[in-house]
Design a protein around this ligand. Sequence first.
Ligand code: ADP
Length: 206
Amino acid sequence: MLIVGITGGIASGKSTVTKALRDANFPIVDADVVAREVVEPGTRALEKIKLAFGPSIIENGQLNRHKLGNIVFSHPAELNRLNAIMQPAISSAMRDKISFWRTQNVPILIIDIPLLLEKGYENLDDIDKIVVVYADREVQMARLKARENLDDINAKNRIDAQMPIADKLVHADYVLDNNGSQWQLEEQIKNLMVNLKEIAPKYGTK
Ligand code: ADP
């Protein structure tokens, strides 16, 4: 099975790319969904977050993600603490999902994984090819602000909390340039799909 990681900066267009691949019937593992599952009520990761950030971070048994986001995106040290809790939990859950798809005999598995290249991530070995969705910082800022209704400072904090997108490009096997229109992105996605289908047989079905 060929495992393809889709990554890029926040609001660079990863979800748009993943949606197109899902519509084309590629199986997808979404790290954001996994990241939510590992902090559901009763999980060990949620207990650890409660210890690290205090009980007020939990409301009615649920993690208050907005509150946590505001803490960690303006304090890099707090973000590191959160990542130290989240990444092992996510890695382990991701490995379980990959194992499941290996039993399904699919030729290609797509993993939508925003933090693939960020420090401390443990899944890199499983990924055969890395796709980086790229948009210039100004484009990223404008789309992030529009999507989440953020002001300049909060949008900037969220972008600065991530590895600079240019550093991610170094690791890319494929780069999708999303500075242009949705249509231009779609064309690149089509080419990517053709290429992945061509190389997939080399990776077998397991
Ligand atoms: P990510 O998953 O990387 O955070 P999204 O795919 O959600 O990014 O894209 C960020 C925002 O920008 C979304 O609101 C999306 O609809 C919009 N968007 C993505 N690609 C384009 C494009 N080529 N032109 C205009 N808007 C876009």
